[in-house]
Write a new protein. Structure first.
Length: 367
Protein backbone atom coordinates (compact mmCIF):
# COMPACT_ATOMS: atom_id res chain seq x y z
CA UNK A 1 0.00 0.00 0.00
CA UNK A 2 1.31 3.44 -0.94
CA UNK A 3 1.41 5.56 2.23
CA UNK A 4 3.57 8.47 1.03
CA UNK A 5 3.73 9.99 -2.43
CA UNK A 6 7.14 9.41 -4.00
CA UNK A 7 6.02 9.79 -7.62
CA UNK A 8 8.42 12.71 -8.23
CA UNK A 9 11.50 10.73 -7.21
CA UNK A 10 13.63 8.33 -9.25
CA UNK A 11 16.04 5.89 -7.65
CA UNK A 12 19.06 5.08 -9.79
CA UNK A 13 20.07 1.57 -8.75
CA UNK A 14 23.23 0.04 -10.28
CA UNK A 15 23.90 -3.65 -9.64
CA UNK A 16 26.58 -6.12 -10.68
CA UNK A 17 26.53 -9.92 -10.29
CA UNK A 18 24.23 -9.76 -7.26
CA UNK A 19 20.82 -10.83 -8.55
CA UNK A 20 19.57 -11.82 -5.08
CA UNK A 21 20.15 -8.31 -3.74
CA UNK A 22 18.85 -6.57 -6.86
CA UNK A 23 15.61 -8.58 -6.66
CA UNK A 24 15.33 -7.89 -2.93
CA UNK A 25 15.65 -4.15 -3.57
CA UNK A 26 13.04 -4.29 -6.34
CA UNK A 27 10.67 -6.15 -4.04
CA UNK A 28 11.16 -3.56 -1.30
CA UNK A 29 10.32 -0.62 -3.57
CA UNK A 30 7.49 -2.38 -5.42
CA UNK A 31 4.87 -1.30 -2.86
CA UNK A 32 5.67 2.41 -3.43
CA UNK A 33 5.15 4.73 -6.39
CA UNK A 34 8.79 5.80 -6.52
CA UNK A 35 10.41 5.30 -9.94
CA UNK A 36 13.32 2.82 -9.99
CA UNK A 37 15.87 2.44 -12.79
CA UNK A 38 17.87 -0.78 -12.33
CA UNK A 39 21.16 -0.67 -14.25
CA UNK A 40 22.56 -4.18 -14.38
CA UNK A 41 26.20 -4.51 -15.45
CA UNK A 42 26.33 -8.28 -14.94
CA UNK A 43 27.42 -10.57 -17.74
CA UNK A 44 24.09 -12.38 -17.45
CA UNK A 45 20.93 -10.30 -17.49
CA UNK A 46 17.60 -11.05 -15.85
CA UNK A 47 15.55 -13.61 -17.78
CA UNK A 48 12.85 -12.22 -20.08
CA UNK A 49 10.05 -13.54 -17.88
CA UNK A 50 11.66 -11.85 -14.85
CA UNK A 51 11.84 -8.53 -16.70
CA UNK A 52 8.24 -8.89 -17.90
CA UNK A 53 7.11 -9.50 -14.31
CA UNK A 54 8.76 -6.39 -12.88
CA UNK A 55 6.47 -3.87 -11.12
CA UNK A 56 5.21 -0.94 -13.17
CA UNK A 57 7.47 1.51 -11.29
CA UNK A 58 10.67 -0.38 -12.20
CA UNK A 59 12.66 -0.07 -15.43
CA UNK A 60 15.43 -2.58 -16.05
CA UNK A 61 18.47 -1.92 -18.27
CA UNK A 62 21.19 -4.48 -18.91
CA UNK A 63 24.45 -2.85 -19.95
CA UNK A 64 27.96 -4.19 -19.46
CA UNK A 65 29.35 -0.68 -19.19
CA UNK A 66 31.22 0.71 -16.19
CA UNK A 67 29.50 1.67 -12.95
CA UNK A 68 29.99 5.36 -13.63
CA UNK A 69 28.62 5.08 -17.16
CA UNK A 70 25.54 3.23 -15.90
CA UNK A 71 24.86 5.86 -13.24
CA UNK A 72 25.15 8.55 -15.91
CA UNK A 73 22.75 6.60 -18.13
CA UNK A 74 20.28 6.35 -15.25
CA UNK A 75 20.44 10.08 -14.65
CA UNK A 76 19.66 10.73 -18.32
CA UNK A 77 16.65 8.37 -18.08
CA UNK A 78 15.21 10.24 -15.09
CA UNK A 79 12.07 12.28 -15.82
CA UNK A 80 11.00 13.16 -12.27
CA UNK A 81 11.82 16.30 -10.28
CA UNK A 82 14.20 14.52 -7.91
CA UNK A 83 16.70 11.67 -8.06
CA UNK A 84 18.75 9.60 -5.64
CA UNK A 85 21.51 7.06 -6.11
CA UNK A 86 21.10 3.83 -4.19
CA UNK A 87 22.78 0.43 -4.21
CA UNK A 88 21.30 -3.03 -4.49
CA UNK A 89 21.86 -4.17 -0.89
CA UNK A 90 20.81 -0.95 0.86
CA UNK A 91 17.58 0.81 1.77
CA UNK A 92 16.12 4.28 2.27
CA UNK A 93 13.05 4.99 4.41
CA UNK A 94 10.14 6.26 2.27
CA UNK A 95 8.84 8.66 4.94
CA UNK A 96 12.23 10.38 5.06
CA UNK A 97 12.35 10.71 1.27
CA UNK A 98 8.87 12.26 1.25
CA UNK A 99 9.93 14.76 3.91
CA UNK A 100 13.04 15.74 1.94
CA UNK A 101 10.96 16.25 -1.21
CA UNK A 102 8.63 18.61 0.63
CA UNK A 103 11.55 20.57 2.05
CA UNK A 104 13.22 20.85 -1.36
CA UNK A 105 9.95 22.09 -2.83
CA UNK A 106 9.78 24.79 -0.14
CA UNK A 107 13.45 25.82 -0.02
CA UNK A 108 14.65 26.62 -3.52
CA UNK A 109 18.24 27.39 -2.46
CA UNK A 110 18.72 23.77 -1.41
CA UNK A 111 19.80 21.28 -4.06
CA UNK A 112 19.95 18.19 -1.85
CA UNK A 113 19.01 16.74 1.53
CA UNK A 114 19.96 13.50 3.21
CA UNK A 115 19.52 12.06 6.68
CA UNK A 116 21.24 9.90 9.25
CA UNK A 117 22.62 6.45 8.55
CA UNK A 118 22.36 3.11 10.35
CA UNK A 119 24.43 0.12 9.38
CA UNK A 120 22.81 -3.31 9.54
CA UNK A 121 24.00 -6.88 9.73
CA UNK A 122 22.46 -10.27 10.44
CA UNK A 123 23.25 -13.11 12.79
CA UNK A 124 21.34 -16.32 13.52
CA UNK A 125 18.40 -15.17 11.43
CA UNK A 126 18.03 -11.78 13.13
CA UNK A 127 18.99 -8.27 12.07
CA UNK A 128 21.04 -5.84 14.13
CA UNK A 129 21.83 -2.17 13.69
CA UNK A 130 24.17 0.64 14.71
CA UNK A 131 24.30 4.38 14.11
CA UNK A 132 27.17 5.12 11.72
CA UNK A 133 28.64 8.40 10.45
CA UNK A 134 27.24 10.31 13.45
CA UNK A 135 29.35 13.33 12.47
CA UNK A 136 27.01 14.13 9.55
CA UNK A 137 23.96 14.76 11.78
CA UNK A 138 22.92 18.39 11.32
CA UNK A 139 25.74 18.98 8.83
CA UNK A 140 25.07 21.72 6.30
CA UNK A 141 26.83 23.46 3.45
CA UNK A 142 25.09 26.82 3.21
CA UNK A 143 27.64 29.41 2.09
CA UNK A 144 26.34 31.82 -0.55
CA UNK A 145 29.38 31.56 -2.82
CA UNK A 146 29.72 28.37 -4.90
CA UNK A 147 33.46 27.90 -4.45
CA UNK A 148 33.22 28.72 -0.73
CA UNK A 149 30.71 25.87 -0.37
CA UNK A 150 33.08 23.45 -2.08
CA UNK A 151 36.06 24.47 0.05
CA UNK A 152 34.03 24.24 3.25
CA UNK A 153 32.68 20.81 2.28
CA UNK A 154 36.05 19.30 1.43
CA UNK A 155 37.99 20.27 4.55
CA UNK A 156 37.10 18.28 6.56
CA UNK A 157 35.28 16.08 4.06
CA UNK A 158 32.00 14.29 4.74
CA UNK A 159 30.08 12.28 2.15
CA UNK A 160 26.62 13.87 2.22
CA UNK A 161 25.70 14.24 -1.46
CA UNK A 162 26.25 10.89 -3.15
CA UNK A 163 23.23 9.21 -1.54
CA UNK A 164 21.09 12.30 -0.95
CA UNK A 165 17.75 13.21 -2.54
CA UNK A 166 18.78 15.72 -5.22
CA UNK A 167 17.09 17.94 -7.80
CA UNK A 168 17.30 16.02 -11.07
CA UNK A 169 19.01 18.73 -13.12
CA UNK A 170 21.67 18.96 -10.40
CA UNK A 171 22.03 15.18 -10.22
CA UNK A 172 22.68 15.02 -13.98
CA UNK A 173 25.56 17.51 -13.73
CA UNK A 174 26.87 15.64 -10.69
CA UNK A 175 26.91 12.43 -12.71
CA UNK A 176 28.61 14.12 -15.67
CA UNK A 177 31.33 15.59 -13.46
CA UNK A 178 31.76 12.32 -11.56
CA UNK A 179 32.05 10.39 -14.82
CA UNK A 180 34.81 12.74 -15.96
CA UNK A 181 36.59 12.51 -12.61
CA UNK A 182 36.44 8.71 -12.69
CA UNK A 183 38.94 8.82 -15.57
CA UNK A 184 41.52 9.91 -13.01
CA UNK A 185 43.39 6.81 -11.75
CA UNK A 186 42.23 6.94 -8.12
CA UNK A 187 39.38 4.74 -6.90
CA UNK A 188 37.33 7.34 -5.01
CA UNK A 189 37.31 10.04 -7.69
CA UNK A 190 33.73 9.32 -8.79
CA UNK A 191 32.48 10.04 -5.26
CA UNK A 192 34.65 13.12 -4.79
CA UNK A 193 33.66 14.56 -8.18
CA UNK A 194 29.97 13.96 -7.43
CA UNK A 195 30.26 15.75 -4.07
CA UNK A 196 32.14 18.72 -5.55
CA UNK A 197 29.58 19.18 -8.32
CA UNK A 198 26.63 18.96 -5.95
CA UNK A 199 27.69 21.61 -3.44
CA UNK A 200 29.03 23.86 -6.20
CA UNK A 201 25.50 24.00 -7.64
CA UNK A 202 23.72 24.83 -4.38
CA UNK A 203 23.25 24.41 -0.65
CA UNK A 204 22.81 21.04 1.02
CA UNK A 205 22.17 19.64 4.48
CA UNK A 206 21.66 16.52 6.56
CA UNK A 207 18.44 16.43 8.57
CA UNK A 208 18.09 14.83 12.01
CA UNK A 209 16.05 11.88 10.80
CA UNK A 210 16.98 8.28 10.01
CA UNK A 211 17.08 7.85 6.23
CA UNK A 212 19.66 5.32 5.00
CA UNK A 213 20.11 1.71 6.10
CA UNK A 214 23.55 0.67 4.94
CA UNK A 215 24.31 -3.03 4.52
CA UNK A 216 27.41 -4.91 5.66
CA UNK A 217 26.34 -8.05 3.78
CA UNK A 218 28.75 -7.67 0.85
CA UNK A 219 32.39 -6.73 0.29
CA UNK A 220 33.15 -3.25 -1.07
CA UNK A 221 32.24 -2.65 -4.71
CA UNK A 222 35.75 -1.49 -5.58
CA UNK A 223 39.31 -1.98 -4.39
CA UNK A 224 40.25 0.83 -2.00
CA UNK A 225 43.38 2.78 -2.97
CA UNK A 226 46.55 1.92 -1.10
CA UNK A 227 48.33 5.20 -1.80
CA UNK A 228 47.34 8.20 0.30
CA UNK A 229 45.35 10.72 -1.72
CA UNK A 230 47.68 13.65 -1.09
CA UNK A 231 50.70 11.67 -2.31
CA UNK A 232 48.86 10.58 -5.45
CA UNK A 233 47.49 14.07 -6.17
CA UNK A 234 50.86 15.79 -5.69
CA UNK A 235 52.36 13.45 -8.28
CA UNK A 236 49.43 13.51 -10.70
CA UNK A 237 47.92 17.00 -10.67
CA UNK A 238 50.20 18.63 -13.25
CA UNK A 239 49.93 15.76 -15.74
CA UNK A 240 48.35 16.46 -19.12
CA UNK A 241 45.49 14.05 -18.31
CA UNK A 242 44.66 15.74 -15.00
CA UNK A 243 44.66 19.22 -16.49
CA UNK A 244 42.48 18.09 -19.41
CA UNK A 245 39.91 16.62 -17.00
CA UNK A 246 39.95 19.83 -14.94
CA UNK A 247 39.02 21.82 -18.04
CA UNK A 248 36.35 19.23 -18.96
CA UNK A 249 34.71 19.61 -15.52
CA UNK A 250 34.91 23.40 -15.76
CA UNK A 251 32.94 23.28 -18.99
CA UNK A 252 30.21 21.14 -17.34
CA UNK A 253 29.82 23.35 -14.28
CA UNK A 254 30.29 26.85 -15.71
CA UNK A 255 29.86 28.92 -18.86
CA UNK A 256 33.62 29.36 -19.21
CA UNK A 257 33.65 30.11 -22.97
CA UNK A 258 31.73 33.32 -22.23
CA UNK A 259 34.04 34.25 -19.36
CA UNK A 260 37.30 33.37 -21.02
CA UNK A 261 39.20 30.10 -20.95
CA UNK A 262 40.67 29.45 -17.49
CA UNK A 263 44.10 27.98 -16.93
CA UNK A 264 43.79 24.43 -15.55
CA UNK A 265 45.25 25.47 -12.17
CA UNK A 266 42.46 28.05 -11.80
CA UNK A 267 39.62 25.60 -12.42
CA UNK A 268 37.07 24.52 -9.83
CA UNK A 269 38.27 20.92 -9.85
CA UNK A 270 41.97 21.73 -9.47
CA UNK A 271 41.33 24.08 -6.53
CA UNK A 272 38.85 21.63 -5.01
CA UNK A 273 41.21 18.67 -5.11
CA UNK A 274 43.98 20.79 -3.59
CA UNK A 275 41.59 21.64 -0.72
CA UNK A 276 40.47 18.02 -0.35
CA UNK A 277 44.08 16.82 -0.33
CA UNK A 278 45.06 19.28 2.36
CA UNK A 279 41.91 18.55 4.34
CA UNK A 280 42.47 14.82 4.61
CA UNK A 281 46.19 15.33 5.21
CA UNK A 282 45.39 17.38 8.32
CA UNK A 283 42.08 15.73 9.32
CA UNK A 284 42.80 12.09 8.61
CA UNK A 285 39.84 10.68 10.55
CA UNK A 286 36.73 12.85 10.99
CA UNK A 287 34.65 9.75 11.68
CA UNK A 288 33.98 9.01 15.34
CA UNK A 289 34.20 5.25 14.80
CA UNK A 290 36.12 3.09 12.37
CA UNK A 291 34.43 -0.03 11.09
CA UNK A 292 35.92 -3.45 11.74
CA UNK A 293 36.62 -3.68 8.01
CA UNK A 294 38.52 -0.36 8.05
CA UNK A 295 40.60 -1.45 11.04
CA UNK A 296 41.46 -4.75 9.38
CA UNK A 297 42.36 -2.97 6.14
CA UNK A 298 44.79 -0.69 7.98
CA UNK A 299 46.66 -3.75 9.25
CA UNK A 300 46.27 -6.17 6.32
CA UNK A 301 45.94 -3.86 3.31
CA UNK A 302 49.53 -4.27 2.19
CA UNK A 303 49.12 -8.04 1.92
CA UNK A 304 45.52 -8.78 0.85
CA UNK A 305 42.82 -7.49 -1.48
CA UNK A 306 39.70 -5.87 0.01
CA UNK A 307 37.50 -8.87 -0.78
CA UNK A 308 39.98 -11.14 1.04
CA UNK A 309 40.00 -8.79 4.06
CA UNK A 310 36.20 -8.86 4.03
CA UNK A 311 36.31 -12.67 4.24
CA UNK A 312 38.64 -12.42 7.25
CA UNK A 313 36.14 -10.08 8.91
CA UNK A 314 33.29 -12.50 8.25
CA UNK A 315 35.31 -15.46 9.54
CA UNK A 316 35.92 -13.60 12.80
CA UNK A 317 32.25 -12.67 12.94
CA UNK A 318 31.13 -16.28 12.47
CA UNK A 319 33.71 -17.51 14.98
CA UNK A 320 32.60 -15.03 17.65
CA UNK A 321 28.91 -15.44 16.81
CA UNK A 322 26.50 -13.29 18.78
CA UNK A 323 29.30 -12.17 21.08
CA UNK A 324 30.64 -10.03 18.23
CA UNK A 325 27.22 -8.76 17.19
CA UNK A 326 26.12 -7.84 20.71
CA UNK A 327 29.36 -5.97 21.31
CA UNK A 328 28.70 -3.50 18.51
CA UNK A 329 25.11 -3.87 17.27
CA UNK A 330 21.60 -3.54 18.75
CA UNK A 331 18.03 -4.41 17.82
CA UNK A 332 15.92 -1.89 15.93
CA UNK A 333 13.97 -0.70 19.00
CA UNK A 334 17.26 -0.11 20.83
CA UNK A 335 18.59 1.78 17.81
CA UNK A 336 15.46 3.94 17.83
CA UNK A 337 15.94 4.76 21.53
CA UNK A 338 19.62 5.60 20.99
CA UNK A 339 18.88 7.87 18.04
CA UNK A 340 16.05 9.66 19.82
CA UNK A 341 18.40 10.39 22.72
CA UNK A 342 20.54 12.30 20.19
CA UNK A 343 17.55 14.23 18.83
CA UNK A 344 17.30 12.08 15.69
CA UNK A 345 13.81 11.06 14.61
CA UNK A 346 13.01 7.57 13.37
CA UNK A 347 10.05 7.19 10.97
CA UNK A 348 8.25 4.41 12.79
CA UNK A 349 6.04 3.14 9.97
CA UNK A 350 8.89 2.95 7.45
CA UNK A 351 11.35 1.58 9.99
CA UNK A 352 9.07 -1.17 11.24
CA UNK A 353 8.04 -2.13 7.71
CA UNK A 354 11.68 -2.42 6.65
CA UNK A 355 12.46 -4.65 9.62
CA UNK A 356 9.50 -6.91 8.82
CA UNK A 357 10.52 -6.97 5.16
CA UNK A 358 14.10 -8.01 5.96
CA UNK A 359 13.01 -10.72 8.37
CA UNK A 360 10.41 -12.17 5.99
CA UNK A 361 12.29 -11.93 2.69
CA UNK A 362 13.71 -15.35 1.65
CA UNK A 363 17.34 -15.59 2.67
CA UNK A 364 20.20 -17.29 0.91
CA UNK A 365 23.03 -16.16 3.19
CA UNK A 366 23.48 -15.33 6.85
CA UNK A 367 26.55 -13.19 7.44
Amino acid sequence: MIEVDLSEVTLILPTYNRPYFAKRAISYWSSTNIQVVVLDGSKTSFQKDEVDALPDNVRYVHSESSLTERILLGSKMTNTKFAALTFDDEFYLPESIAEFVQELENETSLVSIMGNVAGFTSSSGKYFFQHIYPEINGYKVDQENSLDRVMNHLSPYRMTSLTAVIRTEVFLKNALVANSCSKMPYATMFEIGFEIANVFQGKSRTDSILYWLRSSENPPSWQAPREQFWTWWDNYKHSAEALEICIEVEEILTSWPAKGFPSPEETILFKSLNAYSEGIRTNRDVSVKKSVFTKLRSHLGDFFRDDQIYEVKNFLKRFLGNRHVRAFWVGFSELETALQSKGIRVPQISGNKLLVFLEQYPRHIDL
